[in-house]
Design a protein around this ligand. Structure first.
Ligand code: G16
Length: 540
C-alpha cells in the first residue's frame, strides 16, 4: 500500500542515528517517513536482507512491527529479527556481518532514558555492520526533505515471541534468539575455560545491566557459560522505561555499582552497560577505570586473549578521548589514529585492517570483531586479562601508569542549554583560536589550537568543525564540543586532560589534578560566565 505523505522537518541523524522524544517518533508519519527515507536513500529495499532489533525501550515493539510491514511493502526478501524485537547494538552488527545482510535497523536512543516522555531513536547500519557513514546519513536526511509517499503492507502484526520463520506477503521474517550468535562470537575471542576457572576459584563480580538490553546477554554469558555466581548480573531484565533509571554506565548514573565497588567487602570486579549494550564502565575494588584508561590498558594487554594473540594492527580513539592509548601504540610500534566523535568514523580503519581496537571517552570500546562498540566484549577482555595476570584491577591500572605515565582526564557536561547560549560559548572560543599558539596559560605554553578537521586516511572524505581543541606543550589538552546525541536544547562538553609522566604524582584525585586545566578552560571559553551556570551537570 502506497500512502501519501509530506516531509517532516528535522529528521537529521546526529552522532548516532536519529534521536527524538518518543512522542515525536510516535506522531503521525514520523517513523514511517524516516524509514522510507532510509530505504529510498540506499537504493531501495527490493530483494534485500536486513537485521532488525532494539534495546527494548518503550515503542520498540510497535516500531519493529511497522518497519517489518514497510520492509515487506518495499520488496525486501528477508528480515532477521531478535526475539521480542530485542537485539543489542553489537549483536545486531555481528548478525549483519555473519548473514551478509544489506544493512540493519537498530531501535535505540542508547543511554538516553526510555518511556513515553523520554527518548527514542533509529540507527541505520550498513553491510559492514557499522553505523552508516556521514554520506549515507546526509542522503537519508536529504530524502526526508522531499519524500511524498511511503509503502506499508496492510497485514497483521507478526508474533515476535516465536522463534522461527514467518512471512509478511513474500517477505521472510526470521525470528532468532538474540543472544546465541553473539555468545558464540565471544567464545571464539576469549579464553572461557580460564575465566571459568577464575570464577570457580572464588572471583566475585557485579554486572549492572541497568534494566536494559545487556541483561539477557550478561546472564547467559557470565552466569550461564562462565559460571559467575547467580545474582552477579543485577537489573537484568530489559524494561520499557529501564526501571526509571538512566541507562548510562558512568559513575553518576551507575551509582549503585559505584557504591558497592567502593564499599566494604566489594566484589573483585564491577561493570555496567548502557541501553543498547554498546557502552561499558569498568570498576575495580575501590578504583574507577576511566574509559580512556580502559582503552589503553586493553590495548597494552589484548594479546593475552586468544582472539588478539597475533597482536594489534593499530589503535584508534576519538579526538576528545585522552591520549593514553597513543602512548601504548607508540610502545607497540603500531598505528595510532585520532577520529571525530562517533563510532562511524572507525569503520573505514577497521575495514581496511589499519586498526584492531577503538575507543572513546564516552564509555565505548570495541574491536574489529564487529563494527560497533561493544560493552560486554570490553568486560570479557578485562576478565580474560584479569584471569591471565592474576592481579587486581587496581594493580594492573597502577602498573600501567608507572610504565606509560598517567593522562588525568575528565569530561564536564553542561546540559539542556539554550542552543544560542551554547553557540555563543563555541563561537567565542573559536574566534580566539588563531591567537592562542605560543601564549602561556596555566603555567604552560599553548602549542596548537584548532577546530578539529578529519581527513579519512582510507577514503579521503573530510569532516570539519569536529570540536575545538587547545593543546599545551606538555601534552595537556582542553577540548570543547557540542553533543550530537541530545534531544533537548544543547549539551556542551568540556574535556580536560593533563599528562603526568611519573614516577611521582600518579595518585592524585582527578579533579584536583585537573584544577589548573579547569581554570584555564574557564579563562579561555568563559562557560560559566556566558551560561550563568554554577558548574557542570555531569562530571565523568
Ligand atoms: C554515540 C556515538 C559515540 C559518541 C557518543 C557521544 O554513542 O556512537 O561515538 O561518542 O554518542 O556523542 P556526543 O558527544 O555527540 O553526545 P551512543 O552510545 O549514544 O550510540
Amino acid at each position: 500500500m502506497r500512502v501519501t505523505t509530506r516531509p517532516i522537518e528535522g529528521q537529521k541523524p546526529g552522532t548516532s542515528g536519529l534521536r527524538k522524544k518518543t512522542k515525536v517518533f510516535m506522531s503521525k508519519g514520523y517513523l514511517k517517513n524516516f524509514i522510507q527515507s532510509i530505504f529510498d536513500a540506499t537504493g531501495g529495499a527490493e530483494g534485500k536482507t536486513y537485521v532488525l532489533g532494539g534495546d527494548g525501550r518503550y515503542f520498540n515493539v510497535e516500531a519493529a512491527q511497522t518497519i517489518l510491514k514497510m520492509a515487506a511493502a518495499n520488496g525486501a526478501k528477508r528480515v532477521i529479527v531478535g526475539q521480542g524485537a530485542l537485539l543489542s547494538t553489537p549483536a545486531a552488527s555481528h548478525l549483519i556481518r555473519r548473514n551478509g545482510a544489506d544493512g540493519g535497523i537498530i531501535l535505540s536512543a542508547s543511554h538516553n532514558p526510555g518511556g513515553p516522555d523520554a527518548d527514542f531513536g533509529v540507527k541505520f547500519n550498513g553491510p559492514n555492520g557499522g553505523p552508516a557513514s556521514e554520506a549515507v546519513t546526509e542522503a537519508i536526511f536529504a530524502r526526508s526533505g522531499e519524500i511524498d509517499a511511503y509503502c506499508i503492507a496492510d497485514e497483521r502484526d507478526i508474533d515476535l515471541s516465536k522463534i522461527g520463520m514467518q512471512h509478511i506477503g513474500c517477505m521472510e521474517v526470521f525470528i532468532i534468539d538474540p543472544v546465541a550468535d553473539y555468545a558464540r562470537l565471544m567464545e571464539s575471542l576469549f579464553d572461557f575455560p580460564k575465566i571459568r576457572a577464575m570464577f570457580a576459584g572464588g572471583f566475585r563480580m557485579r554486572f549492572d545491566a541497568m534494566c536494559a538490553v545487556t541483561g539477557p546477554y550478561a546472564k547467559e554469558i557470565l552466569e550461564g557459560r562462565l559460571g559467575a555466581a547467580p545474582g552477579t548480573v543485577v537489573h537484568a531484565e530489559p524494561l520499557p522505561d529501564f526501571g526509571g533509571m538512566h541507562p548510562d554506565p558512568n559513575p553518576t548514573w551507575a551509582h549503585e555499582l559505584m557504591d558497592e565497588m567502593f564499599g566494604a567487602d566489594a566484589p573483585d570486579f564491577g561493570a555496567a552497560s548502557d541501553g543498547d549494550g554498546d557502552r561499558n564502565m569498568v570498576v575495580g575494588q575501590g578504583i574507577y577505570v576511566s574509559p580512556s584508561d580502559s582503552l589503553a590498558v586493553l590495548a597494552a594487554n589484548a594479546h593475552l586473549a586468544p582472539g588478539y594473540r597475533a597482536g594489534l594492527k593499530g589503535v584508534a580513539r576519538s579526538m576528545p578521548t585522552s591520549c593514553a592509548a597513543d602512548r601504548v601504540a607508540e610502545a607497540l610500534g603500531i598505528g595510532a589514529y585520532e577520529t571525530p566523535t562517533g563510532w562511524k568514523f572507525f569503520g573505514n580503519l577497521l575495514d581496511a585492517g589499519r586498526a584492531t581496537l577503538c575507543g572513546e571517552e564516552s564509555f565505548g570500546t570495541g574491536s574489529d570483531h564487529v563494527r560497533e562498540k561493544d560493552g560486554l566484549w570490553a568486560v570479557l577482555l578485562w576478565l580474560n586479562i584479569l584471569a591471565e595476570r592474576k592481579e587486581s584491577v587496581g594493580e594492573i591500572l597502577k602498573a600501567h601508569w608507572r610504565k606509560f605515565g598517567r593522562n588525568y582526564y575528565s569530561r564536564h557536561d553542561y546540559e539542556a542549554l539554550p542552543v544560542e547560549v551554547a553557540n555563543e560559548v563555541m563561537d567565542g572560543l573559536r574566534a580566539r583560536l588563531p591567537g592562542l599558539p605560543g601564549t602561556d596559560l596555566a603555567g604552560r605554553t599553548i602549542s596548537s589550537a584548532d577546530d578539529f578537521a578529519y581527513a579519512d586516511p582510507v577514503d579521503g572524505s573530510t569532516s570539519e568543525r569536529q570540536g575545538l581543541r587547545v593543546v599545551f606543550g606538555d601534552g595537556s589538552r582542553i577540548v570543547l564540543r557540542l553533543s550530537g546525541t541530545g534531544t533537548e536544547g544543547a549539551t556542551l562538553r568540556l574535556y580536560l586532560e593533563r599528562y603526568a609522566a611519573g614516577p611521582d604524582g600518579l595518585d592524585q584525585e582527578v579533579q584536583a589534578a585537573l584544577a589548573p586545566m579547569i581554570r584555564a578552560a574557564e579563562e579561555l571559553a568563559g562557560i560559566r560566565a556566558v551560561t550563568g551556570r554554577e558548574g557542570p551537570d555531569v562530571v565523568t
